[in-house]
Design a protein around this ligand. Sequence first.
Ligand code: ATP
Ligand code: MG
Length: 587
Amino acid sequence: MSESETKKSLNFIEEIIEDDLRTGKWDGRVVTRFPPEPNGYLHIGHAKSICLNFGLANKYGGVCNLRFDDTNPAKEEDEYVRSITEDIGWLGFGDDRDVLFASDYFEQLYAWAVQLIKTGHAYVCDLSPEETRKHRGTLTTPGVNSPFRDRPAGENLDLFERMRRGEFADGSRTLRAKIDMASPNTNLRDPVMYRILHAEHHRTGDAWSVYPMYDWAHGLEDSIEGVTHSICTLEFENHRPLYDWFIEAINSGRGSDGSFGEKIHHPQQIEFARLGLNYTLMSKRKLLELVRDGHVTGWDDPRMPTLSGMRRRGYTPESIRTFCERVGVAKTNSTIDMAKQEHCVREDLNARASRVMCVLRPLKVVIENWSDGGDENRVEMMEAINNPEDASAGVREVPFGKELYIERSDFMEEPPRKFFRLGPDREVRLRYGYWIRCVGFEKNEAGAVTLLRCTYDPATRGGDSPPDGRKVKGTLHWVAADSAVEAEVRLFDRLFVAENPDKAADGGDYHDNLNPESLERLSGCKLEANWMDSGGPAWSDGIRRVQFERQGYFCLDRRDAAADRPVFNRTVGLRDSWAKLAARGGK
Ligand code: ATP
Ligand code: MG
């Protein structure tokens, strides 16, 4: 590849990094980070950021820190820390790295705040939260200075220390940066750096009564860790001047300019477009509501866009990484078609999943002339290919006998012309089995077909064409009745019927767009014999994945399945079901 061609295939962040490496801006270092707030489970949007940050570190021989941004004690829990760490490992990143916590930097952040008070860059403000908001102005009108703005440094220091010790009530005082109440960028209108909160923190306990605001802490956490490329989503673009201001204010009292020690590291922030998916909610608050209000069974419900949900549904980490790679890195927000994500997992599973037969809605078939081939009770073993995409997957033996199951939808009493499956006096191929012809059927009182009587042609063993040159158009999957294993199968549809779940008529919200048919549970499904014992080992992440011929890709549910209780989740259908869904979405 020529240099210009190499250049073309880089995304804009890679271009920045390669320029920095060329000019020696960071002495050849590449340090990125992924900074989740432990207030929910990770979702596919986070995966985008994880793949980007860890991916860049891998590509350029750098490091990516996993840092929990746990500056807000009220909403954070250890359960989230655990799940986030686990999900990142599952995606394939971060194994060899220590986990970092912003709360470990509280003391350093406090010291810097004290420095800014001393140099006249910060003050304690006694305005209430409402008053502070009122003083802030609007996008079109400037703010108004706080009456406490010119408090002497000594008084500020005393008050700030007492805030820390817990002498004052929640909300009664704040520490604010002294910047510019008339700035057109409202983030620079004397933003709050610390608020008083008498709250228990998941790691620091009750040691602190003041907690740093995100905007004060975030850029400095990056500085402490020596992050070179601080990659974040677009909504932080107009926070960047504030992060720069904080570091410059600290540094103005340092180095040869002042007496507070060495200058601190100043990371470069780069913004990119967040990932949005149609038919999907990505707000942690709303995902939490779905869990809390029982619209789903938990954060790892297979319909959730969380990594734990996708994992439970059968998504492979490889397919998620491929998806994030293909989506690319953009500078403007857009919504990606969910079908793209499904395409990636289908492609991966097609290459790797072994095939078996499972009848989801069984209809019994009796082969009336089975005794033509010998003992009526005999079971013949048929050779079946495990994965036509992968010869190394080999073959297996599938039992065939007098009684079988086929799919209810593969028979019609009065089939239309284009229906190539089974009907009265019609013939089909049973995959890897024999050709069978329907010679009769039984119905119950409600008129539903309950049993098919068929004959088989002994000359079609293995599903081969008979010598007389006869043809059939349909090939069905089937399972021998005697040895079939009973399974439960869960089919999923999208959680929301609207492309933008947040868009609802007449002041409604995403609740109005919940799909009442997003989960279908089928019990009494008939799974090919022996699969539970021999149906391939678990994949590297411990999940057992498989293709049910003609039905899609499935995996054993990691919560509910047991050795004697197969419970499968459908990961994705065999084909793009897009058209059907678009129609239902009312487009
Ligand atoms: P909130 O801050 O509202 O709780 P969040 O989605 O920003 O939600 P964080 O835990 O702060 O949650 O996110 C961690 C990192 O993941 C951030 O750096 C953020 O930029 C990134 N991120 C979150 N959502 C997306 C998304 N949809 N696309 C790309 N990156 C994302
Ligand atoms: Mg955030």
